[in-house]
Design a protein around this ligand. Sequence first.
Ligand code: ADP
Ligand code: ADP
Length: 239
Amino acid sequence: AAPLLEVKHLKKYFNTPKGMLHAVDDVSFSIEKGRTMGVVGESGCGKSTLGRTIIHLQDSTDGQIFFEGKDITRVKKKELHRINEEMQIVFQDPFSSLNPRMTVEEVIAEPLEISHRFKRGEIQDETERIMELVGIDERLRHSYPHELDGGRRQRVGIGRALALNPKFIVCDEPVSALDVSIQAQVLNLLQDLQEKSGITYMFVTHDLSVVKHISNNICVMYLGQLVETASSGELFAHP
Ligand code: ADP
Ligand code: ADP
């Protein structure tokens, strides 16, 4: 099968007072549909920048990003809008990315409203369906993010990312801010969602133990480059 995502020679440079910083420096890889690619590496190696650049939260400096066979670095604005709905991100700290003045229900409904593709009643139904899918009790629908514990907040963050039925989700340290006991629950949720709807993940983390079980392939990133790619089996095989 053709890969869902194929990245070729991707570069993202930042102009800094100290000169040009090669945050992502000639990165190439592909991910097949329904699979998970883990990207591990120490803080500052470029993992987040790679994820954000792929889903167009920021422009790339050079290279190509093929999504379902089409180079999305070169598509028109209008089509990019649709592609943006199909590629989502889950952040480390949902509190920093969720509007503190929006309720759980509003946080999840907002992407549906912005897309202008749904009627009021559909948005209501869809929001309820997503809350159930991510395991948020419906009695919490009028709660604010700061009233929830970290695990529930992250479930809301995941629900928002899921709202438009994306095909690809960048998980950027999604459990790193959570208690260890909660980490497993959130990882299980992400895995369940993948089994149910075939979502493809790029899973970014500094913590190898987090991606060990969830990833099919793991890339090691160092100073902006992918320095090693292996299947999880290979990486953890005993010699
Ligand atoms: P990681 O996710 O692996 O911790 P990042 O992608 O956040 O790494 O950062 C990679 C490098 O790029 C770091 O040196 C960081 O300081 C730098 N960087 C990230 N975003 C910007 C930006 N907007 N402007 C300048 N430098 C940035
Ligand atoms: P993370 O490691 O999770 O990406 P950071 O603290 O590195 O978080 O980055 C938070 C935000 O600051 C991001 O939007 C990133 O692009 C930006 N950023 C990171 N490093 C720099 C930098 N050296 N100069 C300017 N912006 C930066």
